[in-house]
Every structure is written in structure tokens, then in C-alpha cells.
Design a protein around this ligand. Structure first.
Ligand SMILES: [Zn+2]
Length: 591
């Protein structure tokens, strides 16, 4: 029998100690333990079928005997999952050219398939298990000191020694190695696939603890590997997304939590967030504000779209491109929101008209016809008008917005005149955000029922000269209408966002469907939704113009076309039809 691990292994262990620079170890006399003891310190456990897992100061590896008639490639496939590691296996066994029957060969842990990696660890460390936040490892101690180096653990469980620092911080260890019996949690983000897929699915995506002291009540969040204060705490838990808001509150949290440098916070650092700043869903279960929020979501969830429409037959879709005319919307590095969202609206209109039976109404137009520019970078334009009677060439942003909802309400009245079903009309306003530059992707706003109460109407010649305003100058909604609208709109928003995800278009990482805008310490519903009579209505932010990568994308035809396709796909899903004849072309692009 070949015994590949004896002498070479011992030399590697010595090299390993030197390489890892285990300072604490090197200063103890035991570090100079005789090299020829190495073989004795190898622990072996059988995995059955002639496969043995071994643990020594060198690390972890399998030893396996080729099965009857099994050549090198079949052997490699069995243990590594892929043949491409055959030469690495031979290298690990002294450079042999082929396998001999009855000989035990060594397979380094790194090369093993996910399955074997998991079996090896579970056999050697029977107390190990997956838990919600990561892999819980109980050290059994290796070598004369009966300790395990965190660098070594990082190699085993994450594949990269450099992760040792994050592991040490997460576990709040002060030393670079741990004694027998110590428990080490390797955070889920860092784990190799073999261990990550073995974790239980957590009940809640983020774990918060709650504390109370003389200064107030707080949620406590432990920062995970790769997370930053502004995005992973401020954006996620408080709902802030605008640059100034995010930065100001991140600074406030840093002060509250005694963090001198927000760019250098230890993994696992406990961040306290005052209750008053939390989104209601992150308050403790049973907190009055959380109960109130859950009750309102439940109330609106009773309403869901009952209309199924094949090919969107009989459906009226009101498409509203945000801004336009003198109102360019968000402008970042020469990219205007108005011209780009108008292009997306036109592309959406074209797909709907070519592939569905829906009636499409646009609220604005540039010039005398809807013309799609066949170019990536769009020319600046201030020629948009709201299509009221008479049209309003957009001079004032606020008037432009108000006339849109007056127009939408007029279209809605016409579409539902007689016995028309209100659920057969949807309103979709297309925008692009200007948020904290770290954020990317799409986000959809719907009207929170609690924020759209009251009665509203505009006075002044610019309004009263328009037929749509004369028809119905004032709007107000009953509580029932508001709750129903919230429910239908949330369903529509979820379908559109799901369609974006399904087509590999980025969506906002935290809460892509929102029932209000959070900005400057206030909350509100955008006016174009606030006074809009169409029950199912959303404002869709297709991307964040303040993010450089999103800004690059929006300046390509291909991306704008894909967004238009995703919108159409989402509308079809909302009307109960995500496959079917006219949708074939749309569906194809999702693959
Ligand atoms: Zn906008």
C-alpha cells in the first residue's frame, strides 16, 4: 500500500506553520514538536466503500481505493464531480500517471464534490451543523496543541484563507486559533456551496434583537460580512433611500453606536437602531405600530384582481412617462430622466399594440406623433405635452403632474362608463430614480390607503380651461375604495417587479414594492397616484440614475427594450396570463 502522507506531510505541516505566521504558536516551545510524530496525529474515519476521511495538521483530505475497473477519470468523477481535477489528484499522489488497483489515493478537500465535502466534515465533526446565520463548527483540535487555526477553518469552510479575519470578527475572537471544544460560526455569506446549501432556511431574512435602556428602545442588528452601515442598516431597516437622508442617518447611527469610521466596522458589530426610525415590519412582533401595519396589509390583501384577460383583451392600459417638456426630472451626468422614461413608455406601447389586444393610452407626446428613436443615447428634448383637451405643453412640472391624473381619471370614466369593470383599467407611471448611489434596480410605489384620504381639486385657468378638469374638478375616495386600490396596486406592483427579476433585470435589494415615499423625515404618496381614480396604479422607478452602472444601462436601446418587455410581461401576469400565443415573443427573451 502507498502511504502518501508520512514524510511529505510532516514537511508540509512545518511549512504551513511558517506560512500562516501563527505568531502565538511560534513562540511556544511546542511548535518545535518532532516532525516524525506527524503521522500519528492523523485522525481517520471511514465513510464506507473504501473511502476514508483523514484530518492532520496538513488539513483534511479523503483517501480512496479505486473501485473494480475504475480508471482515473471515473475515480475523479466519483469523488470530485468533475473529471477536470484528474491531474490535480495525480499531483497530490506523487505524480503517478495512472491508478493501480488496491492502492489508497489521497484527494485534497478542495477538489471534492459538494457532497463529499459535506460528508467528510459531518463525519469528522459530528457536532457540526447548519444554523440560520451560518455553519456552526465545534473544534476538535488538531496537532500537539489541540487547537484549530482560524485560517485553516476559513480554508475548509469558505475556500479562502483571507476570510479568517471576517470569521474572527464575527465570533469576537481575539486570537488566531481556537482550542478543542470551541464553537465557531462561519457566516453564511462566506460559506462554500457545500455548506451554504446545508443551512436551514431562516424564518425571517434578517435577525434583530431588541433592547431597552434609560435612553429608549432599540433594535440591534449584527453587521454581516460584506455589509455596510448605509445600505445594509439604514436603507434596509429605516426605508430611507435618498442620498442625503441615508448619509445623514448613517452618521447619526455611527454617533449613537460609537463608530469612529463608518468605512471600517468589524463584522458582527452590534448596531442599535431607535424604534422610532424602524420600518413597522422590523418592530418586535406584537408592537402596536407593527400590528397596525400588518392589519392594513391584511385588509388590502382581501382585494385581488378577479379579471382574467387573454391577450389583454378588453383591458385599458394608461401609460404615463414621468416629467417631459421643461421638466427633465432627475438629471445625472447629462442623462435626463424625462427622455429615457418616455422612450421606455413608447417601447411598451409598441409591444402592447403589436402583441396584445389591450387599448393603450399615453398621457404625453413629444411633437405630433409617437416616434421611437433608434439610438442608444437619446437627444435632449423639451417638446412633450400632456394630452388633455387642449394639450398642455409641459412648462410647469406640478401642473404637468396634476393634468396627468385629471386625464387618467377622464380615461377611467370613459372606460368604465355603463357597466365597465374598474378592474379592467390600469395606470402605470414610468420614472427613473435619483437615490443613494450605492443602490441599483427597479422599485414600484403604490398608494398607501392611509395617505390618500381627503378631497382635492385645482383652481386656475391652466386647469379650468381643460375639458378633463371641467368634467370632474374634485376627487375624493371612500375608505373602501382606498383600501381596495392599495390591494390591487400592490398585486400589480409585485407582478411587475417579479417580471423584472424573472428577466434578470435588477430590482431594489430591500423592499422593491413600497406603499409610500420616505424622504426628508416625511412620508407621502406621489401626486400622480394620490388623486388618481384608477384602482390598480403604480409608479415604477426603472433604475437609479445616480448609480453609474444603472446610468450606463439606461443609455442603451437593448436595456430599455427589455424593460418594456418586462412591463408587458408583468401586465400579462397581472391579468392571469403569463404564457399563451401572443406572448411567445416576450416569453422567449426571458430565457
Ligand atoms: Zn421621476
Amino acid at each position: 500500500m502507498k502511504e502518501p502522507g508520512t514524510i511529505r506531510g510532516a514537511i508540509r505541516w512545518a511549512a504551513c506553520v511558517a506560512l500562516l505566521g501563527l505568531a502565538s504558536l511560534a513562540t511556544t516551545p511546542l511548535a518545535a514538536a518532532p516532525l516524525d510524530n506527524a503521522a500519528v496525529r492523523t485522525v481517520r474515519s471511514s465513510l464506507g466503500d473504501g473511502v476514508v476521511v483523514a484530518l492532520s495538521e496538513e488539513g483534511m483530505f479523503l483517501e480512496a481505493v479505486p473501485q473494480k475497473g475504475e480508471g482515473l477519470y471515473a475515480f475523479t468523477r466519483r469523488l470530485c464531480g468533475e473529471e477536470k481535477w484528474a491531474s490535480r489528484i495525480m499531483e497530490a499522489n506523487g505524480g503517478a500517471k495512472e491508478l493501480s488497483a488496491g492502492v489508497r489515493y489521497r484527494v485534497p478537500f478542495d477538489l471534492l464534490s459538494n457532497d463529499w465535502q459535506l460528508r467528510a466534515v459531518r463525519t469528522l465533526f459530528p457536532a457540526d451543523k447548519g444554523q440560520a446565520d451560518g455553519w456552526r463548527h465545534e473544534a476538535r483540535g488538531v496537532g500537539p496543541l489541540q487547537r484549530e487555526g482560524i485560517w485553516q477553518l476559513a480554508l475548509w469552510f469558505t475556500g479562502t484563507g483571507e476570510n479568517f479575519r471576517a470569521i474572527r470578527e464575527y465570533n469576537e475572537f481575539l486570537e488566531d486559533d481556537v482550542p478543542r471544544g470551541a464553537v465557531v460560526v462561519i457566516p453564511s455569506e462566506l460559506l462554500r456551496p457545500a455548506f451554504r446549501t446545508a443551512l436551514p432556511v431562516p424564518e425571517t431574512p434578517y435577525h434583530l434583537d431588541y433592547v431597552k435602556d434609560a435612553t429608549g428602545e432599540y433594535a440591534v442588528y449584527r453587521l454581516r460580512p460584506g455589509e455596510a452601515l448605509y445600505s445594509s442598516v439604514v436603507v434596509r431597516f429605516t426605508g430611507r433611500v435618498y442620498g442625503n437622508d441615508v448619509n445623514a442617518f448613517a452618521a447619526e447611527l455611527a454617533r449613537l453606536n460609537g463608530i469612529p469610521d463608518v468605512t471600517d466596522i468589524a463584522v458582527g458589530h452590534r448596531i442599535r437602531i431607535p424604534f422610532g426610525e424602524l420600518l413597522p415590519e422590523f418592530l418586535p412582533a406584537g408592537h402596536p405600530k407593527r400590528l397596525e401595519y400588518e392589519a392594513s396589509v391584511r385588509a388590502s390583501a382581501q382585494f385581488s384582481n378577479q379579471v382574467k384577460a387573454k391577450g389583454l383583451e378588453g383591458i385599458t392600459i394608461i401609460l404615463d412617462a414621468g416629467h417631459g417638456g421643461q421638466d427633465s426630472g432627475a438629471t445625472m451626468s447629462g442623462v435626463w430622466e424625462s427622455t429615457h422614461v418616455y422612450d421606455i413608455a413608447l417601447r411598451t406601447k409598441r409591444i402592447l399594440e403589436e402583441q396584445t389586444a389591450a387599448e393603450v393610452v399615453l398621457t404625453t407626446r413629444e411633437g405630433s406623433a409617437w416616434r421611437i428613436q433608434d439610438s442608444d443615447v437619446l437627444p435632449f428634448s423639451r417638446g412633450h405635452a400632456v394630452l388633455t383637451s387642449p394639450p398642455y405643453p409641459i412648462a410647469d412640472a406640478k401642473v404637468g403632474v396634476n393634468l396627468r391624473w385629471y386625464l387618467a381619471n377622464s380615461v377611467f370614466r370613459r372606460a368604465t362608463a355603463g357597466n365597465g369593470d374598474p378592474q379592467k383599467v390600469v395606470f402605470l407611471s414610468i420614472h427613473a430614480d435619483s437615490l443613494h448611489p450605492s443602490l441599483r434596480g427597479a422599485m414600484a410605489y403604490l398608494p398607501a390607503a392611509e395617505l390618500v384620504a381627503g378631497s382635492f381639486g385645482k383652481a386656475g385657468a391652466v386647469y379650468t380651461s381643460r375639458k378633463e378638469v371641467q368634467e370632474r374638478p374634485n376627487v375624493s375616495f371612500s375608505r373602501g375604495e382606498r383600501v381596495e386600490s392599495e390591494g390591487l396596486s400592490r398585486e400589480l406592483a409585485k407582478q411587475i417587479i417579479a417580471s423584472f427579476s424573472g428577466m434578470d433585470l435588477l430590482v431594489h435589494p430591500f423592499k422593491p414594492v413600497r406603499d409610500k415615499i420616505v424622504r426628508n423625515n416625511g412620508t407621502w404618496v406621489p401626486a400622480v397616484l394620490r388623486y388618481n381614480s384608477v384602482p390598480a396604479k403604480i409608479l415604477l422607478e426603472v433604475c437609479n440614475l445616480a448609480n453609474e452602472q444603472d446610468r450606463k444601462l439606461v443609455q442603451t436601446r437593448a436595456w430599455r427594450q427589455k424593460v418594456a418587455e418586462a412591463i408587458v410581461q408583468g401586465l400579462r401576469a397581472y391579468y392571469g396570463q403569463d404564457t399563451g400565443a401572443p406572448g411567445q415573443q416576450v416569453a422567449k427573451t426571458t430565457r
